[in-house]
Design a protein around this ligand. Structure first.
Ligand code: CUK
Ligand code: CUA
Ligand code: CA
Length: 608
C-alpha cells in the first residue's frame, strides 16, 4: 500500500519544501489519477470499537486551529462530544454574545488555537485546568475541567505569534510558559523604525497558573516556536528556527543550525528575587540573551520544529523539520552546560536520521519515540536508547528506526495516550493529518483534515481508523478517562454566579432596565417585559432546573441575541432596545413537550 503514496507524496513534499525555500509558498500540487490505497485490515489487540451503551477509555482534548475552539473527543471512538468555544463566537452556546464571555473576549472574537495542555501534579494530569494559546491575537485561555468551559482569557503583551505553551509538570503546575513565535518590536507603537528587524525581540512569557497573571517575560534575541517543560520543574524548552533574526523566508533559512533554547527556572527565580529586570508596561522583563546565564542555546540542525520531553524525564527531543533528523538532548547534562563545564552542544546525545520533515515526537513509555514526518507522510517509530548507542559510531545497516506507518498526508502533530505524562501507556496514537485527499466524500474546496487513530501497543503500528476533522486541529492530548471523569460535573453550584436569579422581576433605573428571569421547563419566570426604545436592557437568566442535561436557550427575535444556559448556570446579556415592536423571546434548546410554548414577549415601545 505504501508504493502509491511514496510515489505521489515524496516528490510533492520535496517540491513543497523546495518551493518554500525558493519563496514560492503554497504551491502544493497533488498528483491526479491514482487510486486511494486499500484500507488496512486492523490487527489490534486493543478495544478499538465503542458500541452503543459503552463509554470511551480516553478523553481527547484537541485544539481547533483557526476555528478558535477546543474539542473534546472520546478515544478510541474518535467521536466529538463537545466543542468548547474559546476565542470564537458560538451561536450554539452563546459564547461571545453573553456578558460573561464578552468580559473575557472583548471585541476580539477570532483566534487560532494550536496547543492544549493540562495541569499537572507530580508529572501527570490532575484534571483541574487546560490551557490553550491564541496564536492570532496573543492570548492564553484557561479551561476549567470541571465544567469544560473557559474561565479566563489572558492577553499577552509584547508578543506576536503566541505559539508553544506548556505547564509546569512538577511538583505541580504553578507556572505556564508561552513562546512568541514571531519576533516583534517590544514597544509596538509604530514609532522608531518598525521595519528594522534587528530591533525585534522574542519573548518567553511566564504565567501564574492559578491567578492567570503574567509573572515575567524573558526576552531573547531569537524566535521561540514550540514549548516543553521538564519533569523536575527546573527547565523549559523552546525550539527556535529563526536564530538569524530574519524577517523574510530566505533570511530565516540562512544558517545551517538554529537553536533549542533552554530556560533555567532556578536562575530565573534568582534574577526575579534580586531585581535583575526592567519593568515595561507593568511587566517584569528579564534579559535572556546568549550571555545572560538564564538561558542555554543548544545548536540543532536548521529550522527545527517540535520539542517533546520523554516520559522518563531524561530527554528533550527536537524534531528537525528541514533536517531529516531528531536531536536528543540529555536533560541531566543541562546543569553542567549552564555552569559552563561543558559546551551546549555536548548535551546532544543522539541525532538519528529518521525521515523527511520531522515535526513532532511522542512516546509510548517503553523507550520508543514516534515522530511525525510531514514530507514522508509517515509516523516513524524509533528507539531512543538505540539512537544514543549508535550516535557518532553508526555502522552500515545501523538504525534506530523500528517501524514506519504511512499516514494520510502531510501529518502535523502526533500524540500518544498519556504521552506528555510520566504515565505514558503506549496504547493509542493520533496522527493529525492536514490533508484528507480522497479519504472522505468531497465537500468542496475546504476539506476536512484526517485525524487517524493508531494502535501502538505492539511492535508494529496498526492504523485503526480515519476521522474527519473540521478546520483545523493542530495538536491534542489524550488523557485516561479515570483522571477526567470524576472531575467533570453535571452542573456548577448555582451561587457560583454572583447574579444568579432566584426570583424573576424587572427593575428600572432611569434608562437602564434589568430583567431577572428564571428558566425551568417549560416556562420562563416572566411572560412579558416592556421597555422603551433606547433603553439599555440587561437580561439575567438562571436555569434552575434540577435535571442534569436540561439546557434552556434564550433567543431574542431580531436582536442578534441567542445563548444557552445549562443547569444551575446563569448568563446575562446587555443590549440597547433600538428596534421598537413586539419581539418573541423563546427557548432554543428542545427541553420539554411544551418547549415551543416556552417563550415570553419583549415589548419595545416606540419613542414617539
Ligand atoms: S504547530 Cu502550530 S504552526 Cu506543528 Cu503545533 Cu503547525
Ligand atoms: Cu426550555 Cu426549550
Ligand atoms: Ca533558521
Amino acid at each position: 500500500m505504501s508504493n502509491n503514496r511514496e510515489k505521489v507524496m515524496r516528490p510533492v513534499g520535496v517540491a513543497l519544501l523546495i518551493g518554500v525555500v525558493a519563496g514560492v509558498v503554497g504551491s502544493l500540487v497533488l498528483a491526479n489519477g491514482w487510486a486511494p490505497p486499500p484500507v488496512q485490515a486492523a490487527k489490534t489487540t486493543l478495544r478499538t470499537e465503542v458500541r452503543p451503551g459503552e463509554l470511551d477509555d480516553y478523553y481527547g482534548f484537541f485544539s481547533g486551529g483557526h476555528s478558535g475552539e477546543v474539542r473534546v473527543l472520546g478515544l478510541p471512538s474518535m467521536r466529538v462530544f463537545k466543542r468548547i468555544p474559546v476565542f470564537n463566537i458560538d451561536s450554539g452556546s452563546g459564547w461571545g454574545i453573553t456578558n460573561e464571555s464578552r468580559a473575557m473576549l472583548g471585541d476580539t472574537y477570532v483566534g487560532d488555537t494550536h496547543h492544549v495542555h493540562g495541569s499537572y501534579t507530580d508529572g501527570t494530569y490532575n484534571g483541574k485546568y487546560l490551557w490553550v494559546n491564541d496564536k492570532a491575537n496573543n492570548r492564553v485561555a484557561r479551561i476549567r475541567v470541571d465544567l469544560l468551559e473557559v474561565d479566563t482569557i489572558l492577553p499577552i503583551p509584547h508578543t506576536q505569534g503566541s505559539h508553544g505553551i506548556f505547564p509546569q509538570r512538577a511538583p505541580h503546575t504553578e507556572w505556564v510558559i508561552l513562546n512568541s513565535e514571531f519576533r516583534a518590536p517590544l514597544k509596538n507603537d509604530g514609532r522608531g523604525d518598525p521595519v528594522d528587524a534587528s530591533t525585534y525581540t522574542g519573548v518567553h512569557t511566564i504565567i501564574d497558573a492559578e491567578k492567570m497573571e503574567i509573572i515575567a517575560q524573558v526576552m531573547v534575541p531569537t524566535n521561540l516556536d514550540l514549548a516543553a517543560t521538564d519533569y523536575s520543574g527546573r527547565y523549559s524548552f523552546a525550539t527556535s528556527y529563526n536564530s538569524e533574526g530574519g524577517a523574510t523566508i530566505s533570511e530565516m533559512l540562512a544558517k545551517d543550525r538554529d537553536y533549542l533554547v533552554v530556560f533555567d527556572w532556578d536562575r530565573i527565580k534568582e534574577a526575579l528575587a534580586s531585581g535583575k529586570f526592567n519593568v515595561v508596561d507593568g511587566i517584569k522583563m528579564l534579559d535572556g540573551g546568549l550571555d545572560s546565564g538564564l538561558t542555554l542555546y543548544i545548536p540543532v540542525p536548521k529550522n527545527p520544529h517540535g520539542v517533546n520531553v520523554s516520559p522518563d524525564g531524561k530527554y528533550a527531543i527536537a524534531s528537525g523539520k528541514v533536517s531529516p533528523t531528531a536531536s536528543v538532548i540529555s536533560i541531566e547534562k543541562l546543569a553542567d552546560a549552564f555552569d559552563g563545564k561543558i559546551e551546549p552542544k555536548d548535551t546532544i546525545v543522539a541525532e538519528p536520521e529518521i525521515g523527511l520533515g520531522p515535526l513532532h515526537t511522542t512516546y509510548d513509555g517503553r523507550g520508543n519515540a514516534y515522530t511525525s514526518l510531514f514530507i514522508d507522510s509517515q509516523v516513524v517509530k524509533w528507539n531512543i536508547q538505540k539512537a544514543i548507542d549508535i550516535y557518532g559510531n553508526t555502522k552500515p545497516g545501523d538504525t534506530a528506526v523500528v517501524d514506519r506507518l504511512d499516514v494520510h498526508y502531510q501529518i502535523g502533530h502526533t500524540m500518544a495516550s498519556m504521552a506528555e505524562t510520566k504515565e505514558a501507556d503506549g496504547n493509542f496514537l493520533v496522527a493529525l493529518n492536514k490533508i484528507s485527499k480522497d479519504r472522505f466524500l468531497n465537500v468542496g474546496p475546504i476539506k476536512p483534515e484526517n485525524d487517524q487513530l493508531v494502535d501502538i501497543s505492539n511492535e508494529k503500528m496498526v492504523l485503526v481508523k480515519d476521522e474527519p476533522a473540521y478546520i483545523e486541529p493542530h495538536d491534542c492530548i489524550i488523557v485516561r478517562r479515570d483522571i477526567i471523569e470524576p472531575i467533570v460535573k453535571h452542573r456548577p453550584r448555582m451561587d457560583e454566579h454572583p447574579l444568579a436569579v432566584t426570583e424573576s422581576g424587572i427593575e428600572r433605573d432611569g434608562k437602564k432596565v434589568t430583567v431577572r428571569v428564571t428558566a425551568s421547563a417549560p416556562v420562563y419566570g416572566l411572560q412579558r417585559v416592556e421597555v422603551n426604545e433606547g433603553d439599555e436592557v440587561t437580561f439575567i437568566v438562571t436555569n434552575n432546573d434540577e435535571i442534569p442535561d436540561l439546557a434552556h436557550g434564550f433567543a431574542i427575535s431580531n436582536y442578534n441575541i441567542n445563548f444557552a444556559v445549562g443547569p444551575f448556570q446563569t448568563k446575562s446579556v446587555t443590549f440597547t432596545a433600538d428596534k421598537p415592536g413586539m419581539h418573541w423571546i423563546y427557548c432554543t434548546n428542545f427541553c420539554h413537550a411544551l418547549h415551543l410554548e416556552m417563550r415570553m414577549r419583549l415589548i419595545v415601545k416606540a419613542k414617539a
